[in-house]
Design a protein around this ligand. Sequence first.
Ligand SMILES: Cc1cc2nc3c(=O)[nH]c(=O)nc-3n(C[C@H](O)[C@H](O)[C@H](O)COP(=O)(O)OP(=O)(O)OC[C@H]3O[C@@H](n4cnc5c(N)ncnc54)[C@H](O)[C@@H]3O)c2cc1C
Length: 348
Amino acid sequence: MAARQVIIIGAGLGGLVCGRILSRQGCDVTLLEQGTQAGGALQTFVRDGIRFDTGFHSVGGLEPGEPLDLIFRQLDLRDLPWFPMEPDECIGCNEPFLRLSTGWEEERKHVLKPYQHGIWRLKGGGKTLVDALAKDQRVLLRKKVTAIEDRSVFCADGSSYRGDIVISDIHPAVTMRLVRDHIRPSYLQRLDVLSNGPGAFTVYAKLKPGTIRHLRHSIFVDNDFMIHFGDEAINGYALSLDIVTFVAGTPAERKAFAEELIRKAARRLPELPEAIEKYWTSTPQTWERYTGTPGGSAYGIRKNSRADFLAPQTPLPWLYLTGQNLGLHGILGTSVSALNTCNSISLL
Ligand SMILES: Cc1cc2nc3c(=O)[nH]c(=O)nc-3n(C[C@H](O)[C@H](O)[C@H](O)COP(=O)(O)OP(=O)(O)OC[C@H]3O[C@@H](n4cnc5c(N)ncnc54)[C@H](O)[C@@H]3O)c2cc1C
């Protein structure tokens, strides 16, 4: 019997995990990614010789017997160079694990529970994870999908791909706007009422050598922002750090916003303003450009434990959804969501 053809739109973590599972089940999988690198929110970039992670600072659930440990063993990702972090430092946070007042407390409880048993990072950052997942998959880059119709996917460069199954790792509402087949209006209306969480504003700072001691933990301040150190250090001094906060839109005065964030971070690291050699910023607008998520929302569709989650199935029997918008966000949430998507397909 010929292998089932599977087309996956988007090579973020959700698409890549689905791709690995389904290829191992004998499917012929092609991933179409609009960007110039795979990984979506897990992309890294290099400035002045320093590698910065964008959407990956740490992950929980990797202790033996915890959910991500089990999943990553199955996906051959547990042998990557993971290393344990020290517990987060929380200053002025009213509860250690509900640190950011972003309005998604309920789902953060679920995602963050495993963090109470250990926090992990990966040498090489998100790129190590993405490369490990992408290395034996057919990932076609610069393939921006502009339409989906009758099991076929059409790209901006004029190419098209046909599958028995099409899986979308992009935002469900955006996915449905690409579909030309008839979709019952009630489904589209339901998607329309789901709101997205806020976006992220990040200052990526390159530090002057020998100025700030490297810490193996993150710092959360006032339920407002967090400081993460890069994983590289020389003689115990950090080469870089980033400061992340969540915002509803892109600040009009980007530089002023960044300077204010640095000033606030100096409450914990007084030497920071002087120690920064150079910094770069990203805004929700940047995220929207790179991942296509509406408004540059960091974690996509808001969820809470009282609302039911979006299913991987859509009204079209050959079209499925995956990624952080379905279940929970993060590396753990997105991996679980990919398992659910693949499970729904095998049940067909
Ligand atoms: C600032 C920030 C920090 C974070 N920190 C952590 C952390 O420390 N730990 C953790 O576990 N999680 C973290 N996360 C969350 C985590 O990064 C995400 O939950 C996860 O990577 C989402 O993966 P995804 O596959 O669902 O979506 P995405 O990564 O958004 O992937 C979607 C992919 O689809 C592509 N795409 C979009 N439109 C099209 C199109 N039309 N045609 C083709 N391709 C398209 C995009 O380019 C992208 O590659 C963080 C997120 C942010 C924003």
